[in-house]
Design a binder for this molecule. Structure first.
Ligand SMILES: [Fe+2]
Ligand SMILES: [Fe+2]
Length: 354
């Protein structure tokens, strides 16, 4: 499927970063008083050891370009260039979304554990966002992050939703980056842009960020049982479905790396599901043929909705509404599919071993 927005000028990049579609990354606000009350003391020993890892800052020198960075860029044909720019802009927006949220929490809490963690997270996410932005600047398409922060819409999330959603986005971020890194490590001739060489140490930051949220959730077991399991299920499905639909708008990007969007996504789900066993009492059955059929239907409906939007007029509007109803029904059917139960392990922390 073609991307719905051309990315050729700084204005189009900004519009893309600010887009408020179901699959575009969002910016969040939350209840900072509730974040302030988070108590990690039941996990104190693991938490303190974890904070020492952040203090060690093993990636302090990583996000700097080395060698002849630009000389390693392959020439990209126009369609492929669009998909790669879309990848860079959505990745930048996701990284910067974390940076903005963590920074607001940092400024608004007095709880020393939260303040310390958020300071480390902001440090890492701002490095990540700026590193991607440098690559956009190579195309003359850098994003003015201050303007993006001031003008993008914000979505309010309750603190527990922030924990579920950020935990998942950090871990799925790790799973995505490590899968790409390993693929290009095996097939270096397919590394069409040098930024991918940075992904291994980069994704260890994301993995560590996810560990922080895992410890916060395990410190409050009420977040992981009863009615909250329904929320966990919702966030798992929403994150997986969004990634699936978004990735399927970029088939060329994955093919250039020697991957297919479908197998790439299911590999990422496998890694992410295995990791989330540290904290979530359920795991989605992503191998269930009904699950797979549901995701591919969501993708087809998203394509049909884009076509209807391009068509415009009354017929286009009716078709888009029908797609929206179909997508909601498909999501609901996916939501009620059987899930796998998972007994939480005694030790929370896991190592990034993929
Ligand atoms: Fe990041
Ligand atoms: Fe992160």
């Amino acid at each position: 499927m073609a991307l719905d927005t051309t990315i050729d000028s700084p204005e189009q990049v900004m519009a893309h970063a600010k887009a408020r579609t179901l699959i575009s990354p969002r910016f969040y606000t939350t209840d900072y008083d509730a974040m302030n009350r988070i108590d990690v003391s039941p996990m104190r020993a693991e938490w303190d050891a974890h904070m020492l890892e952040y203090a060690g800052d093993n990636n302090h020198d990583h996000f700097q370009r080395t060698g002849d960075f630009l000389a390693e860029m392959h020439d990209l044909d126009p369609a492929m260039r669009q998909e790669f720019l879309d990848f860079l802009v959505t990745s930048l927006t996701s990284e910067y979304s974390g940076c903005v949220l963590y920074n607001e929490i940092r400024k608004n809490v007095t709880n020393p554990d939260m303040k310390q963690l958020m300071t480390y997270l902001v440090r890492d996410e701002s490095r990540h966002a700026n590193f991607i932005n440098q690559s956009l600047k190579d195309f003359g398409l850098g994003v003015d992050l201050a303007t993006l922060k001031a003008t993008k819409d914000y979505t309010y999330f309750k603190p527990k939703y922030v924990l579920y959603a950020t935990y998942l986005s950090e871990k799925i971020g790790y799973a995505r980056y490590i899968t790409i890194y390993r693929q290009l490590e095996r097939n270096p001739e397919k590394r069409f842009h040098p930024i991918f060489k940075w992904f291994e140490r980069w994704c260890n930051d994301e993995f560590r960020h996810g560990e922080s949220f895992a410890l916060m959730m395990r410190a409050d077991p009420s977040l992981l049982r009863g009615g909250n399991v329904l929320w966990i299920r919702f966030f798992l499905l929403a994150v997986y479905a969004t990634m699936y639909v978004r990735d399927h708008t970029r088939p060329m990007l994955h093919r250039a790396m020697g991957l297919e969007s479908d197998s790439f996504d299911y590999k990422v789900f496998d890694i992410c599901s295995e990791i989330t066993r540290q904290v979530f009492p359920i795991v989605l059955d992503t191998d269930n043929p009904k699950f797979r059929a549901g995701l591919s239907r969501l993708h087809r409906l998203s394509e049909a909705a884009e076509a209807a939007k391009a068509r415009g007029g009354v017929v286009g509007a009716i078709k888009r509404a029908a797609c929206a109803v179909g997508a909601a029904a498909t999501f609901a059917r996916l939501y009620v599919l059987p899930v796998k139960r998972n007994a939480l392990p005694e030790q929370v922390r896991v190592a990034p071993a993929w």
